[in-house]
Structure formats: structure tokens, C-alpha cells
Design a protein around this ligand. Sequence first.
Ligand code: 5GP
Length: 181
Amino acid sequence: MKGKLIAVSGPSGVGKGTIVKTLISRRADVVESVSCTTRAPRPGEVDGKHYFFLSQEEFQRRIDENDFLEYNAHFENRYGTPKSFVEKSLQTKHVILEIEVDGALKAKASMPECILVMIVPPSVEELRARLVGRNTEGKEEIENRLSRLEYELSKKDLYDYVIVNDDLETAIAELLAIIDK
Ligand code: 5GP
């Protein structure tokens, strides 16, 4: 089988990770690509599972060797999708990339068959309030997140599909329908 490549984007806090991970736990023919990043691991994150955590030098070496399907900087860290993993996996499975909008658009530019899916919140106001309400970040970080939220949503029309994450099971079913179409 030749699988489909699906990039799933959406603002921080919208629940895209839960949708993708639940779907993958139910479907053996769908995998998620493990990205490379230069950011430090958060507590509980495992190298090779959540991300491949690379030094700046190693990340640059991969760029120079044309190893990324796309890469981008996001909040001062770099993130990239390993091309070899995606191409190999697509021989037998559908592959989901959980990446931000600029990266997703770049992935589509290099692989036009890539399907772009954006997950949006039922209420932008509520998500905005939630991002502000998380007391873990400083003011600057909150401003960053809010401007990123507006930016991500402004790219919605460039996407092939938009899923409103009102109900988890409905959102999963909608994403599955896109994969199985
Ligand atoms: P976090 O640091 O919170 O794990 O991710 C920050 C952002 O980077 C998220 O929007 C995430 O989807 C995005 N991201 C993760 N992997 C990649 C990737 O391979 N390429 C791009 N362009 N963005 C990514």
C-alpha cells in the first residue's frame, strides 16, 4: 500500500495531540512521524519517542545533508521532519505529521499530495482565555502564544480540511474519514 501523508496543525492547546495519539492507538496502519528538535526535553519526554533531541550542530548537519522534508524555527527552537522516516513509512502506512502551519505548508510544497488538516477550537475566545490563564508562563510567553494563535488561525483557508474539536470522538472520526477517503 502507498499511504497518505497528513499534516495536522492547530493552535497550541487545541487538543490536536490527543486526537492524533488516540487515533493512532486504534489504527495499526497509521503512524506519527517523530520530529527532530533543538529544544530541551520536557520532563517525561523520551528521545526517539516524542522527538529526536539534537544539538544545533547536528540539526544544521541534517539540513546540509537535505535530510528534512521541512524544517522551521518556532519560539527560538528548530523543528524538522525527517524525510527518510516519512518516505519509508509511506510504503506501508499512513503518516501523520503534527506540525505548525509554516512547516505544514512547506511539507505540502515539497510533497503536493500531503493533505493539510487544521484543528480549531469551538471557541477562540475560550482558548485565548485558557492560554492566558495557564499561570506557568510569563507575560512575554503569553503574548507569544496569543499572537501565534491568531497567526495559525489566519492560515485556515490554505488548509484542505478544518476540524472543530468540539467533541473528541467526533474529531477523531472526522480525521479517520479523511484518511480513509
Ligand atoms: P513543542 O515544543 O510544544 O513540542 O512544539 C512546538 C510546535 O512545533 C508545535 O506547534 C509543533 O506542532 C511544532 N512541531 C513539532 N514538530 C515539528 C516539525 O517537525 N516541523 C515543524 N515545522 N514544526 C513542528
